[in-house]
Design a protein. Structure first.
Lengths: 94, 208
């Protein structure tokens, strides 16, 4: 039960990371060609700061998604390598 | 330089392998309008752009294309994972299997290997940006062709729709970048000089 709950919140957190990261991916291209658009700038500010917060939170609980967060966990091993690649089937390494 | 994130740009989780569809979709990895060509095209062209906005658009779209080639290769990998020998032979994947097993290798759907001649880096911003606009449309058409085959298989169609929609956004941004270049050129004759070669000072990075 415990592990099922933690799995659900892990998936939810990752889902939110996908959403806010996509918002950042899209608005950054818009800002490249509209660098003075205040609405877009504040949109970027909002989603980028949520993204940074969530990426750190994910790293603390489930391991790092980027090298900058590699030491967020208290593990004594190199979690960056141990973290699964995104194409892997659950429980396997390919 | 780049930072890697250990996640896809859009999640993909294909449970049922399908060797035939893997061969079709492989074209968007290493085919004539695939994501490898897209990425190399933009990342190569960005050096001769006459203003910073256009270099930024090429840089950032070229970067996003790297995440797309990772998505397409993930689809190919998941569609060819755990295939039986019988499925490989029946589906027509046999010749590919002989050379690559089920490794991911860049080729077109018809088997032609990836080749840098599939894109240009012409050293002329107007020429390059028109190629980029066409490239986004060609990739969009290929995704449309793929969607007619996979539309009833949500686990494949969903990420393909995401990739298709990005082609449309990139087309829009390239159009804006082209306009910014043309605004810096001789309005009576856009071809009076090549801003990457003949007269770079006329289009300074200070004008956007």
């Amino acid at each position: 039960m415990m592990s099922q709950n933690s799995c659900t919140s892990k998936e939810k957190l990752l889902q939110r990371i996908y959403e806010v990261s996509f918002a950042v991916d899209d608005i950054l291209l818009f800002l490249d060609t509209h660098p003075c658009c205040q609405e877009a700038l504040s949109f970027y500010r909002e989603y980028s700061s949520e993204r940074q917060k969530l990426m750190k939170e994910y790293a603390r609980h489930y391991g790092p998604l980027t090298i900058d967060d590699a030491l967020e966990t208290d593990a004594n091993s190199w979690r960056w390598m141990e973290q699964p690649f995104p194409w892997e089937q659950e429980g396997e390494c390919r | 330089m780049w930072n890697y994130e250990k996640r896809l740009q859009y999640p993909i989780n294909i449970k049922t392998p399908n060797a035939k569809i893997a061969q079709f979709i492989a074209s968007q990895y290493g085919g004539p309008d695939g994501e490898i060509g897209a990425s190399l095209r933009y990342l190569s062209q960005r050096f001769t752009m006459p203003n910073r906005m256009t270099a930024a658009v090429l840089n950032d779209i070229g970067t996003e294309e790297l995440s797309h080639l990772e998505m397409v290769s993930t689809i190919i990998h998941q569609l060819t994972r755990n295939l039986s020998m019988e499925e490989i032979e029946k589906s027509g994947l046999g010749p590919y299997y002989i050379d690559h097993g089920v490794g991911v290798w860049p080729q077109a759907a018809g088997g032609i290997p990836f080749n840098a001649c599939e894109f240009q880096s012409k050293g002329d911003p107007v020429t390059d940006l028109f190629e980029d606009l066409a490239a986004e449309q060609k990739a969009r058409s290929t995704y449309d062709n793929i969607l007619r085959v996979v539309r009833d298989i949500p686990e494949i169609a969903d990420p393909i729709r995401f990739l298709r929609s990005r082609e449309i956004v990139h087309f829009q941004r390239f159009g804006e970048a082209l306009r910014s270049v043309q605004e810096n050129l001789d309005a009576k004759n856009f071809y009076a000089f090549n801003p990457a070669f003949d007269n770079p000072c006329k289009a300074s990075c200070k004008n956007s």
